[in-house]
Design a protein around this ligand. Sequence first.
Ligand SMILES: NC(=O)c1ccc[n+]([C@@H]2O[C@H](COP(=O)([O-])OP(=O)(O)OC[C@H]3O[C@@H](n4cnc5c(N)ncnc54)[C@H](OP(=O)(O)O)[C@@H]3O)[C@@H](O)[C@H]2O)c1
Length: 334
Amino acid sequence: MRAIQLDAPSLDALKTVDLPEPTSRPSEALLKLHAASLNFIDIAVATGGLPVPRFPIIPVADGAGEIVEIGVNDLGLKAGDKVIPHFMSNWQGGSIAPQKVAAMRGVTSVGSLAEFVAVPVSSLVRLPTHLDFTQGSTLPIVATTAWNALQTGRIGPGSVVALLGTGGLSIMTLQLAKAAGATVVIMSSSEEKLARAATLGADHLVNYKVSPEWDAKVLEVTDGHGADLVLDTVGQATFARSLKAAAFGGTVFTVGFLTGTAPSINLLDIVVKALNVVGNNTGSTDNLAAAARAIESHRIVPVISETYAFNDAAAAYARLAAQGQHFGKIAIQH
Ligand SMILES: NC(=O)c1ccc[n+]([C@@H]2O[C@H](COP(=O)([O-])OP(=O)(O)OC[C@H]3O[C@@H](n4cnc5c(N)ncnc54)[C@H](OP(=O)(O)O)[C@@H]3O)[C@@H](O)[C@H]2O)c1
């Protein structure tokens, strides 16, 4: 089968290879993959930011495809069904635990840049019926995380959600937050991207290059209330302001460290407003399934700004690694 292999932690170390087709064990399903999508974690693997147990690997966490072989299973899945394999394939449900996050597709196990892959049946989620494989391939990491952010922040009609940037996670959270009836304040470095976010329902647009004190803007546009949920995808450069942008009793959901991991903060910002500062490491297959159900019932279509051919996977990586050029997701078609 055709696959793309990463031989070393370098963006120059991706190469097309011909590998034997995998076979599936009784607890697994054999999938024919049709699409993959990139996340920051894939860049971290390909640049050495996230050490992997061994090279070479078949990279890329997220993908979508159809079942080729599967045994009798509780989910009622059968050959020909369209599915999304979850990124954290050991984490079926319940709270986080070390063994549940030990298996990560494209990091510790075979990822999505292969024609065929064997995955645990318990990690499969049905592709929402209104989505094609490419759109579905964008869901595992960002839909799971966006869902968990909104659930943790107890976001519903009238809640205020603040989002940093217009990458894959922020845009999926924007779409789900609007479906939940929330008001969304979104920050971006680009007027063009802000205008695009407005077409997806963003209520308040803040250019963080023009207004580096974006936290004050969040307070201003919410009449001093602040955000009930701040999704911090950026880390060191934004975390202190995320605390200031949050409402009393609000949630700062901290997931990203695009700019580093060591922010300088004032603890009083957490104490005085009794904030919930919550970390998150993607989530379970059950979380992805819940997000997929919401995406299907609201007919949400993930935003993909660029799609690359399989043989151009290196160009897709370069585009995401360049940061700031894309809007939403970058996908790769098999
Ligand atoms: N822990 C978890 O559960 C989890 C799950 C998913 C993702 N993540 C993390 O979340 C982060 C974002 O993921 P992603 O897939 O959305 O990445 P992405 O698609 O690469 O998006 C990154 C965006 O962040 C924005 N940005 C960069 N610096 C900023 C700043 N100083 N202030 C505000 N926005 C800034 C930019 O938006 P503009 O171009 O609009 O300015 C950029 O496009 C990554 O660190 C990823 O690892 C964590």
